[in-house]
Design a protein around this ligand. Structure first.
Ligand SMILES: NC(=O)c1ccc[n+]([C@@H]2O[C@H](COP(=O)([O-])OP(=O)(O)OC[C@H]3O[C@@H](n4cnc5c(N)ncnc54)[C@H](O)[C@@H]3O)[C@@H](O)[C@H]2O)c1
Ligand SMILES: [Fe+2]
Length: 388
């Protein structure tokens, strides 16, 4: 007899042991960048390297940070050559610079790329190995140099994660250092630093944060602490992403988004993510799809797939995103329309012939295991096909 089989969700263990540890002190709000000198001194850092990216070097942000340090007589150097999706080679270069100049701390200033490069280089400098040797779970043996993270996108939330995502060009893959040792000591969240972010990056980074929150809430490995934070992050993004996109100077919307990106990763740091990131991350390496757009394209298909197994959970996500909604597909559709998110994978040169390679990389990720519904290779191909 043939019939429609109702998909089932993985069984969640409400008593799954979890360690919730936050070694990062977060300062958030108006003008908190002015606290950088005190924070640097309190951390015992006397000669930091400020690590930032090429795009930011064209804005006044590095100069504002430099002026703040100079006014407090803190000696520092600036490294402004991080590229998007930083490579292991670049991180090795920064690690060597840290050792040669005898820096005693790192200030990671920028989006996920600059913060990840800073976190990884701080570990390379003290562990005396190449960045590639630190990728994978718990490979960091020696404490890294102290890191102060200052996000300028909202965002990857790297300021509060144990991950640094690096690109290995030789392997054509993205690899992560995953270790609580690389959590920054401080996260300085000053929303004014994000007002100059162009709308296309507001969109991409905002969707990244939304994916973190929804995937964490859906995760088979979630816990009561992470669930509350994930819902609050979804709520903040529903309330603020449209305004941040259309009115970049609106500081309250920027603050809401910066808080959301941080809170989403506070949740995801203990839960892992889901199929959106499992499939989206590899496409950063295989087709140079910007991270936020890649995961943003995979989010609606993934939610439809997971909601078939766990409808009530995704109704709660819909209501968090839009209090008047109970259909997540419709709520996401309305948000994407309002922020003009209409990217397709084909625009980045992805074709069905690439699916196998992307899926080979995706199945290596524990984000597949954390996803609330089991997915085989055919399921993953079907999700990619929906985003073509
Ligand atoms: N470590 C983690 O936990 C984690 C989580 C998610 C994503 N990531 C990684 O983070 C990276 C993506 O980070 P991202 O999305 O923030 O992008 P990004 O850091 O590559 O920055 C994107 C662009 O925005 C520009 N920019 C940043 N802030 C700006 C500002 N205030 N004004 C003007 N321009 C600004 C940058 O110069 C760059 O050109 C990827 O490598 C991804 O894999 C890491
Ligand atoms: Fe992400």
């Amino acid at each position: 007899m043939t019939g429609v089989v109702t998909p089932t969700a993985r069984v969640r263990d409400p008593l799954r042991p979890v360690t919730y540890s936050l070694p990062t002190t977060i300062v958030f709000g108006r003008d908190v960048l002015s606290r950088l000198p005190d924070i640097t001194r309190d951390t015992g850092v006397k000669y930091p390297l400020v690590v930032t990216d090429r795009g930011l070097a064209a804005t006044d942000i590095p100069a504002r940070v430099a002026d703040t340090l100079r006014a407090a007589d803190i000696r520092f150097e600036l490294f402004a050559e991080v590229e998007s999706d930083p490579s292991t080679d670049l991180v090795d270069r920064i690690g060597t610079l840290l050792v040669q100049n005898a820096h005693d701390g790192v200030i990671g200033l920028g989006g996920g790329s600059a913060m990840d490069a800073a976190k990884a280089a701080a570990a390379v400098a003290t562990n005396g190995v190449k960045a590639a040797e630190l990728t994978g779970p718990d490979k960091v043996r020696e404490d890294p140099l102290p890191v102060i993270a200052i996000p300028t996108t909202a965002g990857p939330g790297s300021e509060v994660t144990k991950f640094a995502v690096l690109t290995d060009h030789a392997a054509g893959a993205k690899l992560s250092i995953a270790s609580m040792a690389i959590m920054p000591q401080w996260a300085i969240l000053d929303p004014a630093l994000t007002v100059g972010l162009p709308p296309k990056f507001t969109l991409a980074t905002g969707l990244d944060a939304l994916c973190h929150a929804i995937e964490s809430y859906g995760s088979a490995w979630n816990n009561p602490i992470s669930e509350g934070m994930a819902l609050q992050a979804i709520n903040l993004i529903g309330a603020n992403l449209r305004t941040a996109y259309h009115f970049p100077g609106n500081l309250e919307a920027r603050a809401g988004m910066l808080a959301a990106s941080c809170i989403a990763e506070l949740a995801a740091n203990t839960t892992r993510l889901g199929l959106g990131h499992a499939l989206g991350v590899p496409m950063g390496a295989t087709h140079s799809v910007p991270h936020g757009l890649a995961v943003g394209m995979m989010l609606p298909p993934m939610c439809r797939f997971n909601a078939e197994a766990e409808p009530h959970r995704y109704e709660r996500v819909a209501t968090a995103l839009d209090p008047t909604a109970d259909d997540l597909d419709a709520a996401l559709g309305a948000l994407y329309r309002d922020i003009e998110m209409d990217c397709r994978l084909s625009q980045f040169g992805v074709t069905p012939a690439d699916f196998d390679r992307i899926i080979d990389l995706a199945v290596r990720s524990d984000n597949v295991l954390a996803n609330p519904r089991e997915a085989d290779r055919d399921d993953l191909a079907a999700l990619l096909a929906q985003a073509l």
